[in-house]
Design a protein around this ligand. Sequence first.
Ligand code: URA
Length: 437
Amino acid sequence: MRPQEIIAKKRDGKALSDGEIGSFIDGVCDGSWADYQITALVMAMFIRGLNRREQYAITSSMLNSGTIMDFSDIDAPKADKHSTGGVGDKTSLIIAPLAAACGIAVPMVSGRGLGHTGGTLDKLESIPGYNVNLSFARLKKVMKECGFGLIGQTKQIAPADKTLYALRDATATVPYIPLIVASIMSKKLAEGLDALVLDVKTGSGAFIQRFADSKKLAEELCSTGKAFGLNTQALITDMSQPLGKFVGNALEVYECLKILRGEADTTMLPTLELSLALTANMLIQCGIERTLDAANAKLRKVLGSGEALDRFRQNIELQDGDPKVCDKPETLLAKRLAEIPILAAATGYVSEIDTFAVGRAVCDIGGGRVKADDGVDHAVGYACEKQIGDTVRKGETLGVVYCRSKKQVDAVGEKLQNAYKITKEISRITKLIKATV
Ligand code: URA
């Protein structure tokens, strides 16, 4: 069938057959569909909608545009965690070693930061030497030795998504749930997992901000996972403030190492809480523990004994990084950075934080990218000293910008100060974990 006939059918609001969807995805991969035809169909899908069958068909075609990883020679349950992305969202670096220390094999395929959100690969690359570009054979070897491997997207994993996602990003068609589900699940299903735990963010720093929409996304992700035989669970979690203390690549790795070393301060505790909750659910989905209480007890044990930290040290060494950062996390922090405080404009309670604005500010000082091929400055970032519900006096420090020059703060300082809403009355405190799907 010719592309224009498939486009016309969706333009007129009709459901596409599995064959038509397959032909579209083949055309995306072999170049026989032009970019303008791909984007015309995607826009028609966005406006006219896709039903569940079409959502499954597009997921299946995207999955089968590449290969499915085979870890059958690793004698452990295989599981991963995927987050829809947020500001200061660094839990992967804690979850992978924790889960591995509990007997799960974790092939974690991650992405880079774009816009206001950070990416696990950029965080890892702030560890000197760390290599995220492993071949499949090497990933398996690393997993066999330390229980987990952290790599970037490869050409073999759902290749159709790379082209489609770039075109969706450029044509304002990213925020449509069936396309998001197909994009995320085709990549996760390609990892050959037994279980998947999803962290679906909601709030001012999430790319889907309203709770009802996040819940719908979580439900569709889970139902698609189950339709493909993958044990999938989602937690809907708060992104109405940055997660934990730091936003910025090296600073976030530092926070994770402090947590793995048992040296977290109170502003880091939400990162620990969310990491434990997501990993506990992984243990249950993998059949390693039956209750959340038992799973949490096991996690506290491998954290307290230093076993999770040892796994991370081992992983860093196996992926060519410098494991000494595990013993001296402060070596990750660049010397000679300017540290400029952001001061409260009023006295009261921190009742709201525009998390998108915080993520954007870190991006603007070089900590993130505006375009996919921009470079990042791993050292810069922001420390959140005050969280929602905290009291603050006028002139007190809300957070600290770590940057290269005072000029950078002139550009973002006011935006960061304005990102905090300070009220006389205490607002309702947001729960970190809002629902389980
Ligand atoms: N993340 C993805 O991987 N795909 C989307 O479409 C949106 C977020």
